[in-house]
Design a protein around this ligand. Structure first.
Ligand SMILES: C[S@@+](CC[C@H](N)C(=O)[O-])C[C@H]1O[C@@H](n2cnc3c(N)ncnc32)[C@H](O)[C@@H]1O
Length: 242
């Protein structure tokens, strides 16, 4: 079957189909691993955020579309995923870090790929607190952060296009074992369409492992696996059980 088109507004596509496919496939494989850890051969899956389906299209290699629910704050992205991949869709609405219109305790597996990597500490904490209520008890989530590997890459150059002062701020925060957050520069191009849609609450975060551990402790969640740089040799990957 020919692969589905990449949406022209998909900020996750940076020019290489091979890389786009590889990153999507890696996250789909994490979803498969989470299903294994949850003990579900046919899990109900929540993918939040889905964007324009870089990962969603690869989830279809492992799971039935009728078992997959996707959500995003960008309405056209959700619409593209539902109409192209036949999955269920949810629009994230105000309050946008609480996901009130998505049923609680309803999912065996939940994927939080590259969302808190873009949020301030207070917003990321709210996301973590509410996202995990969507899992059934015993269900397993995949959460990604900008952790050890991001620190290494950002130490080498301004890979997130935030400008030198902001870059130094992120590095200093991370090295002090503190959560760091900055906005993108006005002229950045990496995720310009996403920022245009969402606004300045969407930037770049650096997230120490201790922050993830603290949030998990507060919410009575268990970290099962931590893979530093496990996603695309870049984002840290955590498998976390509710
Ligand atoms: C870096 S992209 C990742 C998309 C997808 N997970 C992937 O890896 O291809 C971040 C996504 O988060 C979405 N987003 C930002 N704030 C959100 C919120 N409060 N609730 C749901 N989605 C949000 C953006 O619209 C964007 O699609």
């Amino acid at each position: 079957m020919p692969s589905a088109p990449i949406h022209p507004n998909d900020d996750m596509f940076h020019g290489s189909i091979e890389h786009y496919d590889s990153v999507g496939s890696q996250m789909a494989e994490f979803g498969r691993r989470a299903a294994e850890l949850a003990g579900d051969a046919e899990p109900r899956i929540l993918e939040l955020p889905c964007g324009y389906g870089r990962v969603t299209r690869k989830l279809l290699d492992h799971f039935d579309p009728g078992r997959i629910h996707v959500a995003d704050i960008m309405v056209p992205a959700v619409d593209f995923c539902t109409s192209t991949f036949g999955v269920h869709g949810h629009y994230v609405v105000d309050p946008v870090y609480e996901f009130r219109n998505i049923e609680s305790s309803n999912f065996d597996v939940a994927l939080l790929g590259s969302l808190i990597t873009h949020l301030s500490q207070v917003n990321a904490r709210s996301v973590m607190n509410h996202f995990f209520t969507k899992l059934r008890r015993g269900g397993v989530a995949v959460v990604t952060t900008h952790g050890e590997k991001s620190r290494e890459h950002l130490g080498g150059s301004d890979i997130y296009q935030v400008g030198d002062a902001a870059r130094q701020h992120l590095l200093a925060a991370y090295d002090a074992n503190e959560y760091g957050f900055v906005n993108y520069r006005a002229d950045h191009s990496l995720e310009a369409k996403t920022v245009d849609y969402i606004g300045n609450s969407y930037g770049i975060a650096m997230i120490p492992t201790d922050w993830v551990k603290d949030v998990c402790r507060e919410n009575e969640l268990t970290i099962i696996e931590h893979r530093p740089g496990g996603w695309d040799n870049h984002q840290d990957v955590f498998f976390i059980r509710r």
